[in-house]
Design a protein around this ligand. Structure first.
Ligand SMILES: N[C@@H](CCC(=O)N[C@@H](CS)C(=O)NCC(=O)O)C(=O)O
Length: 210
């Protein structure tokens, strides 16, 4: 299998962090990586459009040549192939909890951070929009505060005592925020502490560039 990615781009990054976490705990996923340069527009090349007609990353190319697109679908697919270590919970209730947190990290944090970055200093060359940036910064506040409140109980990871896909999505989002200079409120002390801890992990060190 080949994961088509671009460094720092948050959706490929969350998949890469997930793979690195699984492998750090002993799983062998057997995935090669291939860079598609977003800044050169290679995601819109015929070669990549054949993998993902939407012209986006990531795409996981399977051995039969077909591709799984959408970061969360890729992660769920890999988790079914390699259930250990479990990164989406071990029973229906745990899985629901992990998935709800991952959606909060994605829709509540990653998406508004990406909107802010693309509306201020877009690496893809999108035009600046102060209004979009302001709305996205506002939308970010409540989900970040909620995550900070959850982390206040002393848990090591977003969903509890073990890393899950929610940590991967949040770490990918915050990296893109650092890249795009999206300042996070310093009063979110639990969130900042989680971020510092997570970035010390071998998985994060191997994947994160910013
Ligand atoms: N919902 C998709 C979003 C994919 C996406 O927007 N990827 C970005 C990189 S983080 C991309 O490829 N952008 C390039 C473009 O839109 O041209 C997923 O989760 O995979």
């Amino acid at each position: 299998m080949i994961l088509h990615f671009f460094p720092v781009a948050p959706n490929p990054t969350k998949v890469r962090l997930y793979i690195a976490e699984k492998e750090a705990d002993g799983a062998t996923l057997g995935i090669d990586e291939s860079l598609v340069n977003l800044q050169s527009g290679d995601q819109k090349s015929p070669e990549h459009l054949a993998r993902n007609p939407l012209g986006k990353l990531p795409a996981l190319e399977l051995d039969d040549g077909s591709c799984v697109i959408e970061s969360l679908a890729i992660i769920e697919f890999l988790e079914e192939l390699h259930p250990e270590p479990a990164m989406i919970g071990r029973n229906p209730r745990e899985r629901a909890r992990v998935r709800e947190l991952e959606r909060i990290c994605d829709l509540g944090v990653l998406v508004p951070i990406a909107r802010t970055v693309h509306a201020t200093r877009s690496p893809l060359g999108l035009p600046p929009s102060p209004e979009i940036a302001e709305n996205a910064r506002e939308a970010l506040k409540r989900p970040l505060q909620l995550l900070d409140d959850y982390l206040a109980d002393g848990r090591s990871f977003v969903a509890g005592s073990q890393p899950t896909i929610a940590d991967c999505t949040l770490a990918a989002a915050l990296q893109f925020g650092r890249f795009g200079e999206v300042a996070l409120d310093p009063s979110l002390e639990n969130l900042h502490a989680w971020d510092r801890r997570f970035r010390e992990r071998p998985s994060a060190r191997a994947v994160l560039a910013v």
